[in-house]
Design a protein around this ligand. Structure first.
Ligand code: NAD
Length: 256
């Protein structure tokens, strides 16, 4: 379905970003990966799906590097047809104890990077009159949780940015929508499981159960494959007129 298209996914060396990259590659899209840590493993996983894959190591807290990443994608594959703004980090602390530099980096990486990548990728999409912008927000773009001030503020911002991006392009072939996952067992969440297990002196399995039990009625993690399938749907012709939604995939978290 996506042969001849190019997808740039930020923060795609791990977790949800890599899951979405694999799902889009399975539909034939060429992939530009981004993120830190192991690069060769994710590149090989994408190449095995029979598409072309490139990597750019832009730091999503640096606007000039984001600009360079989008230009690199255009030079390498002729444009960015699908932009998935996914890179994100977390820090958990009460507001009065929240380190200022953590606040600044969460707002930069989880929110401002989506503005910068969208800003630079849009002109190419407008020239082709086709594009898909998918912002990976969170249930925390819809509801709050204690000790996640920066994350919740950033993700609510992402949902707002999604609506404005959708509206500004509403008469074009460019759609913008947000995906709002509940708990997904990626390295970002495993750190929170580890912290709970250590704080309460309980096993990893019990800490996972507690985490799910607090928020997620289904008591199941959403998988990166399920999120990848939703991203593929947003890229399909059936989603041509889905504009500005924040679609939660959260085991009922936000329904409560
Ligand atoms: P993850 O830690 O597995 O992956 C994060 C990715 O972002 C990695 O590839 C990492 O290298 C990259 N990254 C981090 N800082 C970066 C920077 N400065 N520049 C470039 N890349 C950077 O986490 P994940 O759980 O897959 O999270 C992906 C997105 O999904 C985030 O936006 C997160 O907020 C969101 N999300 C996650 C969950 C969950 O339960 N895991 C739930 C809702 C939303």
């Amino acid at each position: 379905m996506l042969q001849g298209k190019t997808a740039l996914i930020t923060g795609s060396t791990s977790g949800i970003g890599l899951g979405i990259a694999k799902a889009l590659a399975a539909q034939g899209a060429n992939i530009v990966l981004n993120g830190f840590g192991d690069v060769e493993g994710p590149k090989a996983e994408i190449a095995a799906l029979g598409v072309q894959v490139a990597y750019h190591g832009a730091d999503m807290s640096k606007p000039a590097e984001i600009d360079d990443m989008v230009q690199f994608a255009c030079r390498t594959f002729g444009g960015v047809d699908i932009l998935v703004n996914n890179a994100g980090i977390q820090h958990v602390a009460r507001i009065e104890n929240f380190p200022i530099e953590r606040w600044d980096s969460i707002i930069a990486i989880n929110l401002s990077s989506a503005f910068h990548a969208t800003r630079v990728a849009l002109p190419g999409m407008l020239a082709k009159n086709w594009g898909r912008i998918i912002n990976v927000a969170s249930v925390h773009g819809l509801v709050g949780s204690a000790e996640k001030s920066a994350y919740v503020a950033a993700k609510h911002g992402v949902v707002g940015l999604t609506k404005v991006t959708a509206l500004e392009n509403a008469t074009s072939g460019i759609t913008c929508n947000a995906i709002c996952p509940g708990w997904v067992l990626t390295p970002l969440v495993q750190k929170q499981v580890d912290a709970k297990a250590a704080a309460l002196n309980i096993s990893n399995e019990d800490a996972k159960g507690l985490l799910l039990g607090e928020k997620e009625p289904s008591k199941q993690f959403t998988t990166t494959e399920e999120l990848g399938a939703l991203a593929v749907f947003f890229c399909s012709p059936a989603a041509n007129n889905i504009r500005g939604v924040a679609w939660n995939m959260d085991g009922g978290w936000v329904a409560q």
